[in-house]
Structures are given as structure tokens and as C-alpha cells.
Design a protein around this ligand. Sequence first.
Ligand code: HEM
Length: 391
Amino acid sequence: MAIANVSRYVQRQHTSVNNEKAVSSDPYADIEPLLEFDWSTTTPIKIRPFKPRYHLTMALETCPLPELVAIDDTYLERMALRRSVLDDHPKETYLCNDPCTEAVFEVYAWMFGTYLPQRYPTMYTLVDQYEGTVDSKQQRRSLYNIPANKYIPLEAPSAMEALYILGCHVDTDILILLPSSTAADGSPIYHLEAFVCCFPSGFKTQEKLGLPLADIHKPVPGYKAKIEKSMDRFFAKMELGKAVRRANWAITTDISLYSQGGTHMYEDGKTEETGENEGEVTGRKVVENRKTLNVDAPDVEESIEQQKKNVRIEDCRLRCERQTLHRLTKTKALAFMFKTYQYKLEDVKAEGSGPELADAIAGLALGSVPDMAFYKRQVVWGDKVVEYLRS
Ligand code: HEM
């Protein structure tokens, strides 16, 4: 072959390889691996999303799909805790409405068959297992969870079992949404239709099942006025192959990761709305969470004072969630996932973030939604925590 021809031939080969790559490159199938990842020496990421003034915005940023699940040295203890929470609270921690069965199976198959073994090959590996007698052996492909020394079937017998197994092997809560209703203009409204949620931060996930985003967020002050419309629009338009993330923060006055109440208090009448909203599930009562304080009671000030006395700095935690959102490739459902981080206040102080967090605590009442200070119970823990952080 003449030299010019050889070079054309090589070029053609390159082009065709690149084209093949471009055609076969599927963001859900090709997950960039962390080949050297050692979970046992990886410290939890430090999330410090606080700002001097709290402004209620969606605050979403792009998240590469491979970064959806974060793992660190708390993995095994977290997994043990998640399993015990699931076993102790089976009715509260995982549920699925029938129309969401396929989406649950899709999350399960992708997480265990593709995402985890590709992203974390040092932790999860696909293996063939053989069952039956010597004469009639059956081959079954499973995912081997190396740190836990457990085999995970690649197919789950039911959506509920799929959620349970996901809860036991992934340190990330998973909430799945479907476009179960439509707004007046015909655009889809997303509802929570299945979840495995071991670490709710002061809300009852089971009472949110079936609700549209707007009703899920009813207790959140300012949600309706500031972000409801953009949220619905964003969820409706969320593209395939893309993911976004955000982080939140709160101070909790106890150390439990599983908390169905007590983290928030709601200002009655201001944040709770009645009446029919677009996308509301017909005939369903809008959720009402437990309040830690009855703001209508004549002794409200006294009650706050009483709760303030019970605040012990050593029990307080800075609690942050790393939240992600992505669309599933087959069912087109949306998966909202979050991993919860807890930091001792003494560690936050030791790293030098004390003044910054103290400013943010004061700033809860100074931003676009001053009621946020009340919602986050800052009126109870604020003084003591700020004093400690500035000392
Ligand atoms: C990705 C966009 C989202 C944004 C910007 C957002 C925003 C917020 C905000 C600002 C709060 C107030 C509490 C805080 O930040 O500490 C909140 C609370 C909450 N969010 Fe979201 N959220 C999003 C997605 C979701 C989704 C998809 C779900 C569930 C399917 C969800 C469930 C909740 C729940 C259960 C609460 C607690 C409400 C309560 O106190 O009862 N969020 N969210």
C-alpha cells in the first residue's frame, strides 16, 4: 500500500473508531471508574453550603452521572445502621405505588448491574454463581459487595424487595418521581411514587407518597412563592443523560440520623395552605407533620424557653445532604437521591468554619424567607450554637 493510502486507511480507521465510540457512548452504560478507590481511607466530604443570608433558590449545579453516589469510610457502619432502620421501621422507610414498579426495577438493575460495579470496581464486582446439583448446575450472575461480603441478586423478586436491598447496599436515600398529573397548561407534574429513605430529616416520607412536589414542600416557608413554578418546570424538562446536585444544611439537636419529626417547627397558617392546587392528588389530605411547637398556644414563649434549656451542644450536629436528581433512561422517571452527612460542632469549629456557620445561622432570618429561622427551629438552638461557635 502506498504511504498516502496507508495514512488515509489509518485515518479512516480512527474516524470509524471515533464514530463507533460516539454512537455507542451512552452516559448510563459507560461510567468512569475509580480504579484505585479505597473506601476505608476515604474521609467523608465536607459540605459547607452556608451563606451569610439564606436565600431560597433551587441552587442546582451540574453533576456528572458517574458522581451520583459518594462513598467513604463510614460505609460499613452506615450500611449496618440502614439495615437496622429498615428492619425497625419497615412501614416508614420503603414504599412503592404500583405505577412505579418498573422504575424501581430500573433503578435496581442499573445501580447493581452497571453503576456500582463500573464506578467502584474495588468494592462491587459482577460474579457468576452456580446453584443446584452436580448434574444440573444453574448459573446466576450476581453483584458481590466486597466490603460487606454479600451477594446481591441482579434481579429482585418485587419492587419492595428491590427497595429494601438498595437501602441495605447503597448509602444514599432514593426517591422516585413520576409525572402522575398535569398542570392546567398540560405540562407534567411530578409526584413521589416510590422511595427507600432511611435518614429523613424530620419528615414522614410515608406521608409524602403520592404527593406532587408542591404538596411535599408545603411546610417549607416561601416554597410556593419563590421556587414552586421553577421547580415544576425544571423537573418537567430534566434531560436524559444529565444530572444535577445541590446541598442543604441544618442544625439538629440530637444525633439520630433517622428522624421522622422534631427537626422543624412550622408556623401554622403561614406555610400551610388549604384548598386545591394544580397537580394535587384528588381526595388526598395534604400532609401535616408533627410540630415541635404550637405557635398559637398562649405559652409559646415559655415553650421555646423550655426547649432552649434542653439544647446540649455535644448532641448538636451540622447535618447536610448531598442531593442529586437524574432521569432514568427507560421509564423516564426521575430519581432524587441524597446522602446525609453529620458533623460535630467541635469539628466545624476546629477547622475554622465556626464564624461562617454562626453568620449563616443569624442569616436564616435575614434572607429572602425570614420564616426559615422558625422552620429550622433556629429560635430554639440558635443562641447556644452561635455562642459556642464564636467562643
Ligand atoms: C431538586 C430540587 C429540590 C429543591 C430545590 C428542594 C428544596 C427544598 C427546601 C429548600 C427545603 C427546606 C428544607 C431545607 O432545605 O432544609 C426542602 C425540604 C424538603 N424537601 Fe425538597 N427540594 C428539592 C427536591 C425534592 C424532592 C424531589 C423531594 C421528594 C421527592 C423533596 C422532599 C423534601 C422534603 C420531604 C422536605 C422536608 C419538608 C418538611 O419539612 O416536611 N425535595 N426542599
